[in-house]
Design a protein around this ligand. Structure first.
Ligand code: FES
Length: 106
């Protein structure tokens, strides 16, 4: 079983179990992780599921596609390892993944 840790902007950790094939946004919402809203339901159209992937995990979780990149480009809190968690499909090899949640979502 793989687990992920979401770290809120004020340093609070929220652990959740990853479900293979489920988006990271859905995992966060289903576990009531604060700061991940997922307002568009996972269509890469709202930016309210922004997370920052911890260094060392970017190769494991993969890169943004063009649609995701366009949405992130509008976000003032974007960082080099930012992702839209709705566009991240959980894999078993993500066990131990940590992502940070910015203080504000778009
Ligand atoms: Fe809307 Fe991810 S849920 S962009």
């Amino acid at each position: 079983m793989a687990n992920v840790t979401f770290v809120t902007h004020d340093g609070e950790n929220h652990e959740a179990t990853l479900i293979e094939g489920t988006s990271l946004m859905r995992v966060a919402v289903d576990n009531a992780v604060p700061g991940i809203d997922g307002d568009c339901g996972g269509e890469a159209a709202c930016g309210t599921c922004h997370v920052i992937v911890e260094n060392g995990w970017t190769d494991v979780v993969g890169a943004n596609d063009e649609v995701e990149e366009d949405m992130l480009a509008m976000n003032p809190e974007r960082e080099p390892t930012s992702r839209l968690s709705c566009q991240m499909t959980a894999r078993e090899n993500w066990d131990g993944l940590t992502v940070r949640i910015p203080e504000f979502q778009l």
